[in-house]
Design a binder for this molecule. Sequence first.
Ligand code: CMP
Length: 143
Amino acid sequence: MEKTFLMVKPDGVQRGLIGEIVTRFEKKGLKLLAGKIMVVTEEQAKTHYIEHESKPFFGSLISYITSGPVFAMVWEGKDSVALTRSMIGATKPTDAAPGTIRGDYAVEMSRNLIHGSDSVESAEREIANMFKADELVSYEQAT
Ligand code: CMP
């Protein structure tokens, strides 16, 4: 079953949107394997956003994501990467359709509430950057 890494960013945590966001993915039918409130270190942030290293906004992106608590999660389900990306909506809030998380709650591109992995490979790398293997539950073992 496919895993993805999702993270409510500092703006989403500050606005009290963790519950609303988690509820959407639960109701969709995905399984939460891990979730924790944490402050991302500079090293974790630079690893997480490695593909944006050469972009002019890289410095502000790192400052922002390390500025306060985030809610990091691992979700599992069929096509979970593509499904969660469509539920999150476009990066630019003006392009994000109503009904998506960003379409409903975000206004600024740099404050777009939530991160979602863009591929299975990215998800594996992003999960390993934020979680230890034993922090993920297995529903098969639990039932
Ligand atoms: P996300 O797609 O989760 O990961 C990269 C983030 O960089 C993106 O969300 C935006 O929050 C941010 N970002 C992308 N483009 C810009 C930009 N032009 N200016 C500022 N932030 C950006």
